[in-house]
Design a protein around this ligand. Structure first.
Ligand code: TRP
Length: 337
């Protein structure tokens, strides 16, 4: 192998506002584990971005950096293959953000569909923190600072990728060369997992999540509460599979696709009770989550190790991001004293 790493570069990240859950797992965590050999992968703990709507609770953000890092390692992110870094410790990102802000209009920021729906969800109305409105620009700084071309994210992040590429094109045009690469979102084949209550999205604020270290009891409770087909009253009735969350989860997590198809056919015909399907799902989820939970418990006993991983990862990323900042400043003809 040549000593120049030719693998495509990945940058992706999460806001550390809470533990990660099965929605994150199917949306992007699972694919990140698979990508860390074929790609040069960086994971960003986006604490600065988390502060854009948690300015009154920096302590929560700080605590959750450790929780999310534990989640990463517990699912199989290997810190010798993937660099994990803390966003707020990379000052070059802020400098790039300041430069990029001049290549974006306020109207364009207000049109970003993800920002629009988040503003609505958070009830900001006109009292939008300026940092919040601008976080897509900071995210463009994150992605471009690493010269990432692949960004594995959930589908709600597609507008961020589009906005990043617009900034890339404007900056490159100004500089007069293709310094920054455009990137593309890498969506998993299951981009969005519904909550166990059947709501469109699994989300902490909706209280419908299954966390990655859920106990057997938590799993059982969530599966029992799962939304099925409300018209499937007796076992012998034909049931509906579409929109039946238990089957959605089996599709996402059951390794035996063939048996799941057989179960669906049986359910549609009638004669298969919700209880039987739920029992199977409970078993599948326990098998998935138990090793993650046990690994996480082990890792949590040694917070110093986690801190070392974060410190070393951040040190590496500081060099990478500073290098890109220098190139952009050179391209724009700014002083570099
Ligand atoms: N916005 C992402 C989220 O809410 C987190 C994030 C921050 C990110 N910076 C990023 C994702 C860069 C991909 C690339 O989950």
């Amino acid at each position: 192998m040549s000593n120049v790493d030719q693998r495509p570069i990945i940058l992706t990240g999460d806001r550390p506002t809470g533990q990660l859950h099965l929605g994150h797992f199917v949306g992007s965590l699972r694919s990140r584990v698979g990508l860390q050999d074929s790609h040069h992968q960086h994971l960003l703990l986006a604490d600065a971005q988390a502060l854009t709507d948690n300015a009154d609770n920096p302590d929560k953000v700080r605590r959750n950096i450790l929780e999310v890092a534990l989640d990463y390692l517990a699912v199989g992110i290997d810190p010798t293959k993937t660099t994990i870094c803390v966003q707020s410790c990379l000052p070059a990102l802020n400098e790039l953000t300041m430069l990029y802000l001049n290549f974006v209009t306020v109207a364009r920021l207000e049109r970003n569909p993800t920002i629009k729906s988040e503003i609505q969800m958070r009830g900001f109305e006109r009292d939008i923190p300026a940092g919040f409105l601008c976080y897509p620009v900071a995210q463009a700084a994150d992605i471009t600072a690493f010269k990432a071309t692949v960004v594995p994210v959930g589908e709600d992040q597609i507008p961020m990728i589009e906005q990043t590429n617009e900034i890339v094109r404007r900056v490159n045009r100004q500089i007069g060369q293709d310094l920054l690469p455009e990137c593309k979102a890498l969506l998993s084949n299951m981009a969005r997992l519904p909550g166990f209550d059947g709501k469109a999205k699994m989300s902490k604020s909706l209280g419908n999540t299954i966390v990655l270290n859920a106990s057997d009891k938590d799993i059982k409770k969530a599966v029992n509460a799962m939304y099925t087909d409300p018209n499937h009253l007796r076992i012998e009735d034909p049931g509906q599979v579409e929109g039946n969350i238990v089957f959605t989860y089996l599709d996402a997590f059951d390794p035996n696709k063939e048996e799941v198809e057989e179960l669906k056919a049986h359910y549609r015909r009638g004669g298969l009770g919700d209880g039987t399907v739920k029992k199977r799902l409970e078993g599948v989820l326990k098998e998935l989550i138990t090793p993650i939970r046990e690994r996480r418990e082990e890792l949590a006993k040694d917070p110093d190790y986690i801190m070392d991983v974060l410190r070393q990862g951040t040190d590496k990323c500081r060099l990478i991001t500073q290098q890109t900042l220098d190139e952009v400043k050179d391209g724009l003809g700014l002083f570099k004293f």
